[in-house]
Design a protein around this ligand. Structure first.
Ligand SMILES: *Cc1c(COP(=O)(O)O)cnc(C)c1O
Length: 401
């Protein structure tokens, strides 16, 4: 098929994607086409991306260290600012050590390809993030995809084919669904079968747990997981990724994670911005609680409006529409009413579960969120979609195949 025909096929299937231009920073409200709208699909959960102290730290770092790191970490790209943030992150996560990656995507690809050795298996949740799937694809290990959050399915697979040194990997807060992995059960199974546990806290850091320390910490499992993968790009408002783990695992990353070795170290302004955001989070440990309170406000308002949000408590709230083109039409109708909530379609989510994925920010006011629920209700009615149907995330989907 030629490229034009490929694009046409995507258009016909309602799966064609394009970007939406935003003017100004990622605040709770943004300008689109010269009009102010409520931003309900940004991961800048705590408002650090445009916080004055974070901006200033990035600007100062640019003046002090320059814009680029110049080389990979293993050549000449390891600068004092990298080491400062790594030490602070390790302290924050309660691990021995930490190493930065260019992004959360690269961290997952690097960790899984380095830990997933030949002759072993990576056990991966069916709804894990695409970067985990790509890490599994690059690893020499085989991949076994277990049904979403189904610990019985995971256990039967471990019993059948598990080997000492295998890897279990899961999002903690699932990026498109907002539900939380059964971490205590996963850790217990890993103990029994001698597997390593890798958790991806991209949407949990700064959002869940004591002082925003993530879902593993919230479950009292801080020291129990082997690897914490995080992103500097969401609640921490900057750009980059990290791996927190015991020293020998971090050493292994420096020696065999190709996504780290063969990519330039993160730019000093981004690293300094993330460090300033982390300091703010540590100084203001109640910010994540504000975020969760506002998430509950929106969840309640959506339930009152009979929008059928799935049960849960995090700041990620999917409104499952079903068909891809319905999700696109509802998103457009909501935007016309002043609410920007992007449509999320296959292959990002399973077939038949296209959705508007809403994300709350701590800085959204309760009345804004109530207004947003009303606008979304009106948008759904205008385009005639039924919400909350066709949800079956218990089926193993092909995403991780
Ligand atoms: C966003 C995301 C990533 C990738 O992080 P970036 O820093 O944006 O590359 C990884 N895992 C999950 C679960 C995510 O949601």
């Amino acid at each position: 098929m030629n490229i034009g025909a490929q694009l046409e096929a995507l258009r016909e299937a309602g799966l064609y994607r394009s970007t939406q231009l935003i003017s100004g920073p990622q605040g709770p409200r943004v300008m689109i086409d010269g009009r102010p709208v409520l931003l309900l699909c940004s991961n800048n959960y705590l408002g650090f991306a445009d916080h004055p102290r974070v901006r200033q730290a990035a600007a100062d770092a640019a003046m002090r260290w320059g814009v680029g790191a110049g080389a990979s970490r293993l050549v000449s790209g390891t600068m004092t600012i990298h080491e400062q943030l790594e030490q602070r992150l390790a302290q924050f996560e309660g691990t021995e050590s930490c190493v930065l990656f260019g992004s959360g995507y690269l961290a997952n690809v690097g960790v899984l390809s380095a830990l997933g050795r030949d002759g072993h298996t990576i056990f991966s949740d069916a709804l894990n993030h695409a970067s985990i799937i790509d890490g599994c694809r690059l690893a020499r290990a085989d991949t076994f995809v277990y049904r979403h959050c189904d610990v019985d399915h995971l256990e039967s697979a471990l019993r059948e084919r598990g080997r000492e040194g295998d890897v279990i990997v899961t999002d903690t807060v699932f990026s498109m669904d907002g539900d939380v992995a059964p971490l205590a059960e996963i850790v217990a199974l890993a103990r029994t079968y001698g597997a390593l546990v890798v958790v991806d806290e991209a949407h949990a850091t700064g959002a869940l747990g004591p002082g925003g320390r993530g879902a593993a910490a919230a479950a009292g499992l801080g020291g129990e997981v082997d690897v914490i993968v995080g992103s500097l790009s969401k609640a921490l408002g900057s750009y980059g990724g990290y791996v927190c783990a015991r020293r020998e695992i971090v050493e292994l990353m420096l020696n065999s994670a190709r996504a780290l070795i063969f990519s330039t170290a993160p730019p000093p302004p981004a690293v300094a911005g993330a460090l300033a955001a982390l300091e703010l989070l540590i100084e203001q440990p109640l910010r994540p609680e504000k975020l969760q309170a506002q998430a509950m406000v929106l969840r309640d308002e959506l339930a009152i409006a009979d929008m059928r949000p799935p049960p849960g408590a995090t700041q990620i709230i999917p409104l499952i529409v079903g068909a891809a083109d319905d999700a696109v039409r509802m998103s457009a109708a909501a935007l016309a009413r002043g609410v920007f909530a992007q449509a999320i379609r296959p292959p990002t989510v399973p077939q038949g579960s296209a959705r508007l994925r809403l994300t709350v920010m701590a800085s959204h006011t309760s009345s804004e969120l109530a207004g947003a629920a009303a606008s979304l209700r009106a948008a759904a009615d205008e385009v005639g979609v039924r919400l909350g149907v066709g949800v079956d995330s218990t089926e193993p989907v092909a995403r991780a195949a």
